[in-house]
Design a protein around this ligand. Structure first.
Ligand code: ZN
Ligand code: ZN
Ligand code: ZN
Length: 283
């Protein structure tokens, strides 16, 4: 852990990662051929005494070895929502693997009730692996290490749990982590803003990690069943980057998104960028 609060991107892929199980598309095949892998989206934030992780994927071991931290040092876990890649690493904290005790598990009431109604996860609370910490939407929480976490509710398929983004503030800078939501129109309306830049400036964030699951609406036959704002739409709403704008990085990229392999598309990002695994931001 470092003395300067720092956030690091542990993964930039959608829940299934890249390569994606059961997929033999050109992207998955070429990532496999090059022995490269994109991990499901996850972020960690270190301070002198704390190691927070936002969403925990089954790739926690590979992420920790790649990016130089010990998952046994994790003090706090923050959960955005109950979809697979955001929580499927929780079991690694139990006795079958690390056998940790007393890790604070921060989740909404709805998410915590999903955990409590899943016997495998409920057991981790009962064994004291996790200490339950329920947050409320729009109520900022301060940590002993001098960070604050602000959970922001966002619309996203809620068949399992509700969904939150987080604004994490350190002594120097603030970051928005928004891996999944259904559509900009409703997210912005729910928060009382009409443009992405207005909302980010209201939130006073310096860096925003935004849902970039799909490039456009023509990637999957059943894409309407898994709504996400496309990067094309986000770029239309954002316009080109200006000097006083926050830095924006797209995360939660699906294997079908051509930006993963098409250099020319990256030129169309108008000053914005894809996040990179291992990319760090001082907070
Ligand atoms: Zn997801
Ligand atoms: Zn694929
Ligand atoms: Zn999701």
């Amino acid at each position: 852990m470092t003395g300067t609060p720092t956030a690091m991107v542990l993964g930039i892929a959608q829940d299934g990662g890249v390569p994606h199980a059961g997929c033999f598309c050109n992207t998955c095949t070429s990532f496999h051929a090059q022995s490269s892998q994109l991990f499901p989206t996850s972020l960690f934030v270190t301070t002198e005494d704390e190691l927070h992780i936002i969403d925990v994927s089954r790739q926690l071991d590979a992420q920790s070895r790649s990016f130089g931290f010990n998952p046994r040092d994790i003090t706090d876990i923050w959960i955005t929502h109950g979809h697979l890649g955001h929580i499927d690493g929780l079991g690694l904290f139990g006795k079958e693997v690390m056998g940790l005790r007393g890790v604070r598990l921060h989740a909404s009431t709805s998410m915590m009730s999903l955990i409590r109604s899943t016997p495998r996860l409920q057991n981790l609370l009962e064994m004291g692996v996790f200490i339950e910490s329920i947050f409320e939407s729009n109520i900022e929480i301060s940590t002993p290490g001098g960070l604050t976490f602000l959970p922001l509710p966002v619309p996203h398929r809620d068949e399992l749990s509700d969904t939150h983004a987080f604004v994490i503030r350190g002594p120097r800078r603030s970051l928005l982590h928004l891996p999944d939501h259904d559509e900009w129109e409703l997210t912005l309306k729910n928060h009382g803003h009409s443009s992405i830049i207005d909302w980010l400036s209201f939130l006073k964030v310096d860096v925003a990690l935004l849902d970039g699951t799909f490039w456009n609406e023509e990637e999957l036959p059943s894409q309407a069943l898994v709504p996400h704002p496309t990067i094309e739409e986000s770029l239309r709403r954002l316009g080109p980057k200006k000097t006083n704008y926050p830095d924006i990085r797209f995360i939660h990229i699906n294997h079908s998104n051509p930006i993963l392999v098409d250099e020319e598309l990256r030129q169309k990002l108008s000053g914005w960028a894809l996040a990179e695994q291992g990319e760090a931001f001082i907070l």
